[in-house]
Ligand binder design. Structure first.
Ligand code: GLU
Length: 415
């Protein structure tokens, strides 16, 4: 199977074919500008020390400081972080926010760590990366299995290391430390705006449409809540333990409350016999209007793409489809609203948080959400226009838009 990074290179090839940009630009978008790696020892609660591998890949900063989250995951490796960093550069260009792309990660299963251990791990990461990050250099944020609390520990450690306050160095912080209203739901709300833009353009109504969601972390759970509020029926959700099916519509609030305590969905079903329990992967094959991958990359591959029954895929995860899967779904007539647009609400509100961090200003929720809506609509319209005019699928259109913006910045810099 091609790796996640090779998959990105394949997408780049397609976009260059259609876009016809300079080959210099292509070379620069094939390799990261900087790769920072470290192995750090962290003291465990029992007094022993354990080594952890950590990464920060800074892909491209032609349009502004590097930007992107940090994930904690046992499968995280350099190849994965490279691909995610590249996608951030594309995403920030699609949304036209003044950032480049980066990503970080630690190879760890945080579910096995106490709060104290996670805190020391977060601090160790910042000790390794302090020379490389900064409000005008590289601005981390949360990603898979990291959260506000971890950002608070990271911010504090960075400020300790540099000896001054620097609220704009990290986004996705708690409100009390300079976070932004609307940041925690932003990835999902941006996805909802993308879906609404597509449905409006194609004269469809979301009321009564059915939805299946893979992944019930930050993105998946907020998506369930926001879409149910808009009259969609969430008939299936899955985490890594199981898929839960309930055709009348799952009880989103009850599931969110359950997952707050980090309990698996499978155990929820044991207490709620009205739910049908299926293997986690069966979520891919639900007969629904909209399928939302909101977990990890490579969820849909050439091996399972043909069994997908949804008409629309809204990618809240980064890289949930392989290149081959994308082709199969295209042939099947499935509409894919791609990650670099559909999940860009998170980094867009991160940008708003960074602006607030630098000015000391505070925006109310309505302002944040209105500005997010405008950014998502503008990006959607620009991509839809390219898709229509150039006869390319949405994903290629998003890349073409990003390439033209990156090309302009790089030309002006003489790169
Ligand atoms: N981790 C999120 C993403 O993949 C957000 C990144 C950010 O806010 O910088 O887009």
């Amino acid at each position: 199977m091609t790796t996640f990074f090779e998959n990105y290179l394949g997408l780049l090839d397609r976009a260059f074919e259609a876009h016809g940009a300079s080959s210099d630009l292509k070379e620069q978008l094939k390799t990261p500008k900087h790769i920072h790696e470290a192995t750090k020892s962290v003291v465990m609660d029992d007094g022993t020390e354990r080594d952890f591998h950590m990464y920060r890949v800074q892909f491209n900063d032609a349009r502004g400081p590097f930007k992107g989250g940090i994930r904690f995951h046992p499968q995280t490796d350099l190849e994965e972080v490279k691909a995610l960093a590249a996608l951030m550069a594309i995403k920030c260009a699609v949304l036209n926010i003044p950032f480049g792309g980066a990503k970080g990660g630690i190879t760890v299963d945080p579910r096995g760590l106490s709060d104290g251990e996670q805190k020391r791990l977060a601090e160790a990461y910042i000790d390794a990366m302090t020379p490389h990050i900064g409000p005008d250099k590289d601005i981390p944020a949360p990603d898979v299995q990291t959260n506000e609390q971890i950002m608070a520990w990271m911010l504090t450690q960075y400020e300790r290391n540099v000896g001054m306050h620097a609220p704009a160095v990290i986004t996705g912080k708690p409100l009390a430390l300079g976070g932004s209203l609307g940041r925690s739901s932003a990835t999902s709300l941006g996805g909802v705006f993308t879906l609404e833009a597509y449905l409006a353009e194609t004269n469809q109504d979301m009321g009564g449409m059915t939805v299946a969601i893979q992944g019930f972390g930050n993105a998946g759970s907020y998506a369930a809540k926001l879409l149910a509020e808009r009259g969609m029926c969430i008939t299936a959700v899955a985490d890594s333990s199981a898929a839960l099916i309930y055709d009348q519509g799952v009880d989103v609030e009850a599931l969110i409350a359950w997952k707050k305590d980090h309990k698996p969905l499978r155990a929820f079903a044991a207490e709620h016999p009205e739910y049908t329990v299926m293997p986690a992967d069966s979520i891919l094959y639900r007969d629904v209007d909209v399928f939302i991958p909101a977990a990890l990359e490579n969820a849909i591959t050439k091996h399972n793409a043909a069994q997908v029954r949804a008409r629309i895929i809204l990618e809240l995860a980064n890289g949930p489809l392989t290149l081959e899967a994308d082709d199969i779904l295209e042939k099947m007539g499935v509409v894919v609203l791609p990650d670099v647009l559909a999940n860009a609400g998170g980094v867009t509100v991160s940008y708003f948080e960074w602006v607030q961090g630098r000015t000391g200003d505070r925006w109310d929720l309505q302002t944040v959400e209105e500005k997010l809506h405008q950014k998502m609509q503008d990006a959607y319209d620009a991509c839809a226009k390219i898709a229509k005019e150039r006869g390319v699928r949405f994903r290629t259109a998003t890349f073409m838009l990003a390439l033209s913006r990156l090309e302009t910045a790089m030309k002006l810099r003489g790169l």
